[in-house]
Write a protein that binds this ligand. Structure first.
Ligand code: ADP
Ligand code: ZN
Length: 220
């Protein structure tokens, strides 16, 4: 099973990708998470990516495509994966097609989480993440048991630098300019399935489940 999650920042791609990858027992590939990890470890990739990420701009295609190429070489994503945050430009989508064609493993579905800008902004501006384990919280929708402390590992909750108001608006703009053409791209290939990203976590998961059922796939 090979799936792409498409939608604006704040659509809930990361949250749903995590659940889907657990339920379907497939690898969750998040370019955002990989880049943040690289920034934390101060690798060459992290150092190159940081300025773009801080500004809410896209990291250049060549860097991201090389990262995905490497990742797909890992044996545990050789057959099945959920892609979250990639592709984000038409060039990335074309590169992905090429990488998957040579491996004879075409995509099964592109799940488009159609999300209103108001919902995206509210989710991103209220998001807090654990500095230690990376779990997401939200100041009103998903509060931790103790203010500012991660339920799972007691790490401190921080705001991602790119979740500041000015950067959020730029990320949405970048999404509209560079990523929305992919809706059409995958529609034309007959791969696109759409649902509302405005739904809350459980309702959205149920909606995604029905999209799988339309393809004859049951998620337990
Ligand atoms: P979100 O979807 O909430 O914006 P991500 O965690 O997916 O956040 O990505 C964070 C940042 O990482 C992006 O703003 C961008 O700078 C960089 N990034 C992630 N994926 C890509 C990609 N496929 N192409 C270019 N840049 C990317
Ligand atoms: Zn934690």
């Amino acid at each position: 099973m090979r799936i792409v999650l498409l939608g604006p920042p704040g659509a809930g791609k990361g949250t749903q990708a995590k659940v889907l990858s657990e339920r379907l027992k497939v690898r969750h590939i998040s370019t955002g998470d990989m880049l943040r990890e690289a920034v934390k470890d101060q690798t060459e990739l992290g150092i190159r990516a940081l300025t773009y990420m801080k500004a809410g701009e896209l990291v250049p295609d060549d860097i991201i495509i090389a990262l995905i190429d490497d990742t797909l070489r890992d044996t545990d994503c050789s057959q099945s994966f959920v892609l979250d945050g990639f592709p984000r430009t038409e060039r990335q989508a074309q590169a992905l097609d090429k990488l998957l064609t040579v491996r004879k493993m075409p995509l099964d579905m592109v799940l488009y989480l159609n999300t209103s800008p108001e919902v995206s902004v509210t989710r991103l501006s209220g998001r807090r993440v654990c500095a230690n384990c990376g779990i997401n919280y939200h100041i009103t929708n998903m509060q931790p048991k103790i203010d500012g402390i991660c339920d799972s590992c007691q790490g401190s909750l921080i705001q991602r630098p790119d979740d500041k108001k000015e950067t959020i608006l730029n990320r949405l703009d970048v999404y509209i300019q560079q990523t929305t053409p992919l809706i059409d791209y995958y529609q034309r290939r007959g791969l696109l399935k759409e649902c509302s990203g405005d739904l809350d976590v459980e309702a959205l998961f149920e909606a995604l489940k029905s999209l799988f059922e339309e393809k004859g796939l049951l998620i337990a």
